[in-house]
Design a protein around this ligand. Structure first.
Ligand code: 5GP
Ligand code: ZN
Length: 114
């Protein structure tokens, strides 16, 4: 989508601190980190959010988790712990309408979230 921030990051039109890329996903550091480790794992295909996932996207979501499992090891938080968050809709405070998985770690994360 031409006016989507994360599509522009996928295409390289907006720069990012990229840490991983393959045919299906890209991962980069969040511009406004909320923890010592805060990355976003983003499907390259534009899907607005969880509600817009279609039949056939299961493999993509599974692939995202495989990438997350690899990246948390590389980032050194696999053993200390981390959180994977997908904010959805207004109450979930989703601000970018392109599906993305936050990975937060490197500090004790409070629960429940605010
Ligand atoms: P949401 O609020 O939709 O769950 O998460 C969007 C996230 O994208 C926020 O954590 C925000 O800091 C991050 N973000 C927004 N614009 C940019 C950008 O241009 N570059 C990067 N790296 N992160 C961004
Ligand atoms: Zn997009």
């Amino acid at each position: 989508m031409s006016d989507c921030i994360f599509c522009k990051i996928v295409s390289g039109d907006i720069p990012s601190k990229k840490i991983y890329e393959d045919e299906q996903v890209i991962a980069f550091h969040d511009i406004n980190p909320q923890a010592p480790v805060h990355i976003l794992v983003v499907p390259k295909k534009h899907v607005s959010g969880v509600n817009e996932l279609a039949a056939g996207d299961e493999a993509l979501v599974g692939h995202v988790y495989g990438v997350i499992a690899r990246l948390v090891r590389e980032l050194g938080v696999a053993e200390s712990g981390y959180r994977v968050v997908v904010n959805s809709g207004a109450d979930g405070q989703q601000s970018v309408p392109h599906l993305h998985f936050h990975v937060l770690g490197g500090r004790l994360l409070s629960w429940p979230p605010g």
